[in-house]
Structure formats: structure tokens, C-alpha cells
Ligand binder design. Structure first.
Ligand code: ASP
Length: 342
């Protein structure tokens, strides 16, 4: 009663809370892969759940306050890039040569503007470089040292390549080299820790972003799906926004992100049906491992993966929050408010 009266008053005054007036929603992933309960300790599990919760909650609150979707995608990815837990920014995986080459991209659903960087080695937050390409260059994708130079010229924070290293990733490379002591190995691991965010903002615009160190032991300047618009990232207000994680070579060839949106747009499929078809039928049939987070203009969210787990969190248009890691977490709704830190 109190709420209705208050809402009426706010409407009369021209102030309508974003959650009631316009649907907003956010979804986050932190990578997919061989994630079983016995593959990580309880302590690790709670660290992942805590940061996923913080990221999704902060992002949601910014959207509720009317923030632009592109800002929320950037801020949320930056938080995950700065965490050593994920394969993006600090904590990124190592190449065969023991260095870091990072990829990131962003796309806006209203204008179809996009920006991406591939194989950058010195920019602290590659998602900021991707956004700078989108906003301050006439191009969509910059690569290697040129992309680093551009980021520096844009005034972004630059770091030594060793900033991205963590003992865990150094160990992973050692193991990878032992296992694949064969020059034809193209890179790969059972876990993918890429990060991605998709949002629907209060203005009704979709946005998507993805950031990654790629795959452990990658060689020869290999570039995955994450910086490729249509493969790892896509956003179009007429259909959906998608960020992917998984074995990039498959996501590139199957054009996963744009294929999901095309099914929504041209076939009129529900978001979840479209994402399931691509991940569980198209990709699973050929052994393409991974998953996606996706959001549509109504604020529906899909968290779909064909691996044993995917670090994921979302708050949909109804304010229902989901946080999960393992398959059996079953996207359980944690609370119906989307407003507490629960
Ligand atoms: N898709 C990324 C790549 O292939 C890896 C990941 O999702 O972790 O570079």
C-alpha cells in the first residue's frame, strides 16, 4: 500500500524508479570448463561466489541508478580483470613462450558500434582499450603493439607484462608444456576463465563485453573468439546481447554470439531456446566446449553451457538473482530482490 502510494507520488512528480519503469538486467560469466566440486577447494569456491556476487550486485545497482549500459559493462569487466581469479587482466593465462597476450571486445546494441583489441601486452585493462577503439578510433579491431600504442596514446594505464602473471598460471603453463611437448600443440586447457558481461540498461539498450588472456600455451600470435565481433561478443537491440567463453576456435567457426542473435531475430526464437540450440546442439555435436551468457531487450537472461561448469551470475528483469559455478547449481534463484548482498 505504502509502495503503491509512494510510486504514484513519484510518478506524478516525474520520478519513476528504474526497476519499476523500465526493465533492466545483467549477466556475468567468469569462464567455463572442467569445473567439478572436487576440482576446487571450498575456500576457492567461496572466493569465486563472493566476487561474482559483488560484480553482479554493483552492476545491477548502477543500472538501477540509470547508468549507461556501456559504462556498466566496462566497470564490471574491469573489476573482474583486476581480480587474480579470472583469466583476464591480472591472472591471465600464459602463452607457450611464457608471456601474456590479451584480447577484449565491446559492442553496443543500439548503434552496433564495436571496438576490440587482440594480442595486447601492456594495457592494464584491455576492456578499456576495446572501448577506446569503439569511441576514439575509426576502426573496430586493433592488434599487437599498435593496439598497445593506441591505448597508451589514449591515456590508459600501462603496466609491465609481468603484472598479469600469477603463480597459478605459471604452474598451469608448466603442466601444459609437459603434457604437450609437441610443437604442433595449438594451446588449450580444461578450464576457460575468460570474463564477460551483458546488460540491458534502463534506456532499453543492450551492451556486451568480453575480456581474456586466451588459452594456456597458445602460440604464434593465436587470437581466439573473444575479440571477434560475432564470435565471442555481439549486441543488437533488435535481438540480444551475448558474451561467450570456451574453446575459441569453435566459437569463431560457428559464429556463436551472432548466430544466437540471428535465431532470435529471424526465427523469432526465445533467447534461451536459441542459446540452447547453438551450445547444446551445434557446438556439442562437434566437440566445441564452452558457454554463453545472453540477454534480450525484455530483460530475459540465459546462462547456457555444455561444460561441467561455468562461473556465472545474473539478475533478470524481475530482480531475480542467480549465482552458480557447477552444472548442478542449476541456476537456482538466490533471492527475488536483486537488491541485497545476499
Ligand atoms: N574463448 C577464449 C579463447 O578461446 C578462452 C576462454 O573462454 O577462456 O581465447
Amino acid at each position: 500500500m505504502f509502495c503503491m502510494r509512494r510510486l504514484l507520488l513519484l510518478c506524478l512528480l516525474g520520478f519513476v524508479p528504474a526497476t519499476l519503469a523500465d526493465p533492466i538486467a545483467i549477466a556475468i560469466h567468469g569462464g567455463a570448463g572442467t569445473l567439478t566440486r572436487d576440482s576446487i577447494t571450498l575456500e576457492q569456491e567461496s572466493s569465486y561466489l563472493a566476487i561474482l556476487n559483488t560484480a553482479v550486485q554493483q552492476g545491477y545497482e548502477r543500472l538501477r541508478d540509470g547508468a549507461d549500459g556501456s559504462d556498466v559493462v566496462r566497470e564490471t569487466i574491469r573489476l573482474l580483470e583486476n581480480s587474480p581469479l579470472f583469466n583476464a587482466g591480472h591472472g591471465a593465462v600464459l602463452t607457450w613462450d611464457g608471456t601474456h597476450e590479451l584480447d577484449a571486445s565491446m559492442m553496443l546494441g543500439q548503434s552496433l558500434e564495436a571496438g576490440a583489441v587482440a594480442g595486447v601486452t601492456r594495457v592494464k585493462n584491455p576492456i578499456e582499450a576495446a572501448y577506446a577503439v569503439l569511441t576514439h578510433s575509426p576502426h573496430v579491431l586493433l592488434s599487437g603493439s599498435g593496439a598497445d600504442r593506441f591505448a597508451e596514446q589514449q591515456g590508459l594505464t600501462m603496466v609491465e607484462n609481468s603484472y598479469f602473471s600469477t603463480p597459478r598460471r605459471v604452474e598451469a603453463l608448466k603442466l601444459f608444456r609437459l603434457k604437450h611437448n609437441d610443437k604442433s600443440a595449438q594451446g588449450g586447457d580444461e578450464k576457460f576463465g575468460t570474463v564477460g558481461v551483458v546488460v540491458l540498461d534502463a534506456a532499453g539498450n543492450l551492451a556486451a563485453g568480453t575480456s581474456t588472456g586466451g588459452m594456456t600455451g597458445k602460440r604464434w600470435g593465436r587470437i581466439g573468439d573473444s575479440p571477434l565481433i560475432g564470435s565471442g561478443t555481439y549486441a543488437d537491440n533488435r535481438s540480444c546481447a551475448v558474451s561467450a567463453t570456451g574453446h575459441g576456435e569453435f566459437f569463431i567457426r560457428w559464429q556463436v554470439a551472432s548466430d544466437i542473435c540471428a535465431r532470435v531475430r529471424y526465427q523469432g526464437l526465445d533467447l534461451e531456446v536459441a542459446a540452447n540450440e547453438v551450445i547444446h546442439e551445434e557446438l556439442a555435436e562437434v566437440g566445441g566446449e564452452g558457454g554463453v551468457i545472453a540477454i534480450d531487450p525484455a530483460g530475459n537472461v540465459a546462462l547456457i553451457f555444455n561444460t561441467e561448469g561455468m562461473y556465472r551470475a545474473s539478475i533478470n528483469r524481475k530482480g531475480e538473482k542467480v549465482i552458480g559455478i557447477f552444472r548442478e547449481d542449476d541456476n537456482t534463484v538466490i533471492n527475488g530482490q536483486g537488491l541485497s548482498d545476499g
